[in-house]
Design a protein around this ligand. Structure first.
Ligand code: C2E
Ligand code: MG
Ligand code: MG
Ligand code: MG
Length: 286
């Protein structure tokens, strides 16, 4: 008997699945090689003080310079790396590369900044604090150079264990920020127990400011929670002067977004940092 429509559909579907799996395996094999090949690199997106417009830090964001595909954004390989566990090795590479870069900037006499590294839930293990401390020591960096950005997904399992790891990290003097805040499922009753320094307002909320009343309410609520809990608050994804004005008026401390700068190559970030701190330089956030 011939195949019915359903049969064709199933055959087509499983071929799709097969192609999807082959694609995933190609990415995984490629990424494993990329880790040793020097194909990964970091871009640096400046973070600004909303009050005086000065660059106070940067977020290190990983990219993969693929020989065929060109510059691959993290959205195209981090989720897979998280699923396979390879994100642990990627994270090790990122921390090492960020600290090496910070050391170069320190040696070049640039103003000290706080360099933020994104850490996946799977990296947030008992060995992380020791690795962070060891890396800072090897590069001769004060812990105030480093910040770790974690997301609510990190906080979802075994909260006491997670808080223990957080406490060990902050004991070193490294700060923690809660990325994409409000998009996950973290409970407010736990929030007060986390030794975090900064809440990051997710871009999905910043985007509707100031025209969307719900986004305005959410942004104001996050800022208010941060203030009550004595945390700093930064808005990501700031693209317009109207968004900036709203955030400044609402008491947000820091901003990050395309209005000021996209993630930059190291040399371009260094240039921005020098220019921003030059005497007399007035930034538009000021
Ligand atoms: P994230 O940590 O929330 O980083 C912010 C993302 O928003 C970055 O995308 C940044 O380029 C983008 N962005 C910043 N300002 C604006 C803006 O004004 N408009 C728009 N449209 N986008 C803006 P990117 O670099 O593609 O990174 C995406 C995500 O990949 C990050 O989200 C983070 O979750 C993950 N990621 C990046 N690097 C790493 C890493 O080293 N380790 C881990 N585990 N995850 C990483
Ligand atoms: Mg981040
Ligand atoms: Mg974020
Ligand atoms: Mg985000």
């Amino acid at each position: 008997g011939g195949m019915g429509t359903d049969g064709d559909h199933v055959a087509f579907y499983s071929q799709d699945m097969n192609q999807g799996m082959q694609e995933r395996m190609r990415i995984e094999t490629g990424l494993r090689a990329a880790l040793g090949n020097g194909e990964l690199l970091l871009h640096y997106q400046p973070k600004f003080c909303i009050e005086n417009g000065k660059i106070i830090g940067a977020e290190a964001l990983v990219r993969w310079r693929h020989p065929v595909r060109g510059l691959v954004p993290p959205a195209d390989f981090i989720p897979l790396a998280e699923a396979t566990g390879l994100v642990v090795q990627v994270g090790e590479w990122v921390l090492e590369a960020a600290c090496a870069q910070a050391r170069q900037w320190k040696d070049a006499g640039l103003p000290p900044i706080r360099l933020a590294v994104n850490v996946s839930a799977r990296e947030f293990t008992a060995s992380l604090p020791g690795r962070v401390q060891d890396t800072l020591e090897r590069y001769g960096l004060e812990p105030t150079w480093l910040e770790l950005e974690i997301t609510e997904s990190t906080l979802m399992h075994n909260i006491d264990r997670v808080i223990g790891i957080m406490d060990r990290i902050t004991a070193i003097g490294v700060t923690l920020s809660l990325d994409d805040f409000g998009t996950g499922y973290s409970s407010l009753s736990y929030l007060k127990r986390f030794p975090i320094d900064t809440l990051k307002i997710d871009r999905s909320f910043t985007i509707g400011l100031p025209s969307d009343a719900n986004d305005c309410a959410i942004a104001n609520t996050i800022i208010s929670i941060a203030q009550q809990l004595k945390h700093k608050v930064i808005a990501e994804g700031v693209e317009t002067v109207e968004q900036l004005a709203f955030l400044k008026n609402s008491g947000c401390d820091e901003v990050q977004g395309y209005l000021f700068a996209k993630p930059l190559e190291a040399a371009a970030f260094e240039e921005a940092l020098r220019a921003n701190w030059a005497p007399g330089h007035a930034h538009r956030a000021a």
